[in-house]
Structure formats: C-alpha cells, structure tokens
Write a protein of this length. Structure first.
Length: 279
C-alpha cells in the first residue's frame, strides 16, 4: 500500500468534466491574453513515474497553470506539483491546490508520488526564483539545491527539462526586495518571522499599471535525462550534483531555444497577433 501524502492530500487525482470545464473557464482569459505556444509536449509519456523540472518566471503562479493544463489536455496526465510551504499553510488555497494535483514539497510526498506512477513537477529555484530581482530575468536561481535530483536518482525516474519564458518580459520591476528604501520594512517583517527573501517585487505592466502586458508565453519540454546510471552510486552527493547540473543545462537550453523562437515570431505581442488575425 502506498504511503499517504501529508496535509490530507489525495494520492490519486483525476479530473472530472466539472474540473476540466472550471479550469478551462478560469484560464480562458489568460490564454486569450497571452496566446501561449507549446513545444515538446509529445515528449511526455502518458504513463509511468517521471519528473519535470523547470524554471519559475516572475510571480511563478502566472504561467505554470497554463503549462499544467496543456499537459493534461494533450496527455491526460495531471501534473503533481511540489508546492512551497508558504502556499500550503493557507486554508482554502491548500484545498484547491490539492484538488488540482499539488502537494507540499517534501521527500516523503515525492517518494509516494513516484511509487504511484505520477508525473511530478518541480521548480528547483523555489519561491525565491519567482520573486526575482531586477537583474535576474530568466536566471535559474537554484544555488546548490540537489534535493530534486536525489529524489529522481533514488526512484530511478527520468527528468524532463522544461523551459518557460514570457512573464519576465510582461512586467518591469520597479522596486525589489533588495532596494535600500525597504530596509525598515524588512526589519519589521523579519521580526515577525517573515522570510524576506520571498518578498515579491513591485512591478508595472501596461504603462504605470500593474496589468500584465500581453506578451506571448512560450513553453518547451526537452528530451529526458536518464538517472539510472547514478542509481546505487556510492557517493550520492556527487551523483545528485552531476544530475542537477545536467538538468540545469537542459533547462537553460530550452530557454535559449524559446528566446530564439520568439525572435522570429511576429505574434509575440498582442498587436502582432491582431495583425495576423486580420491579415
């Protein structure tokens, strides 16, 4: 019998017709606004335990749901995202995330999902990558994290690198968490136990407003990285570092591919897409 997940999360998640219609309706405005393009979804198998590792864009949750929805539409698989603790402690939010596949990011949950043959979605940069600073556009802020690689090696599952771009160009960061003017606010926040590194930046989109510019979103899934050569390695630390670096290189390659594709896309902006529609 598979081990239960923490926080009361369901081990098996399958969308019914109501779920699918609700998700489609909720994402419809974002799809219309960003006209996302997807590459390499066909690389994702329709069954079997796998890991997908990608980059967070600014404000993380803006584009990830579109990617997860596209994978579900085209493969029938519900991606099981490993979510930050800060999301899982919010009543109501936690239940919604559970219903649509996400679980708290920890090793026991990851092991249980792999044992159940699930497709696990991870963002090694975590929340810090989603609240990036001014000079960090499309940067992978993974530091020395190897937990995701360890889990994949332990289970012997392949890791699919996933690249995503769009959101970082849809906003201009005005003030980020490192701004000197915020030092007094930081001191107070940290006194109350808030992790200041996760403080989101203040940004603008269209003109001076916070409304996101209608930049097209792009997603790409690369070829899988086989972790079985490292299974049983006598030095798991070194093995995890090697796999992490391979995955990071793979994600960076997918990001470069998308930036190149975008440079040739006349429909990158809303104006370009309207011109195409009425040509």
């Amino acid at each position: 019998m598979n081990a239960p997940l923490t926080d009361g999360a369901p081990l098996d998640v399958r969308f019914n017709s109501i779920d699918e219609r609700l998700i489609s309706a909720l994402l419809a405005p974002l799809r219309l606004w960003t006209s996302p393009k997807f590459y390499g979804i066909e690389n994702i198998p329709q069954s079997g335990a796998i890991m997908l590792a990608g980059n967070h864009n600014l404000y993380g949750g803006l584009d990830a749901p579109l990617f997860a929805d596209e994978v579900q539409r085209r493969t029938g698989r519900v991606l099981r995202g490993l979510a930050e603790d800060i999301l899982m402690v919010v009543p109501g939010v936690r239940q919604v995330l559970h219903r649509w596949g996400a679980v708290r990011a920890n090793r026991d949950n990851c092991r249980a999902l792999f044992a159940n043959g699930e497709a696990v979605l991870v963002f090694p940069g975590g929340g810090r990558e989603a609240v990036r600073r001014k000079n960090e556009k499309y940067a992978l802020l993974w530091d020395e994290r190897t937990g995701f690689a360890r889990m994949a090696i332990e289970a012997g599952v392949p890791i699919y690198p996933v690249g995503a771009i769009g959101v970082d160009d849809a906003f201009d960061i005005l003030v980020d968490a490192d701004h000197p003017a915020l030092k007094p606010v930081r001191a107070v926040a940290e006194r109350f136990g808030f992790r200041w590194e996760l403080a989101p930046p203040l940004s603008r989109g269209i003109g001076p407003t916070p409304i996101m510019r209608p930049e097209r979103f792009y997603f790409s899934v690369g070829t899988p990285i086989d972790t079985t050569p490292w299974v049983g390695s006598p030095d798991l630390n070194a093995a995890a570092c090697e796999v992490r670096d391979l995955v990071r290189k793979g994600v960076e390659e997918e990001i470069r591919f998308l930036i190149d594709e975008r440079s040739r896309d006349s429909g990158r902006t809303l104006r370009g897409r309207l011109a195409q529609a009425f040509a």
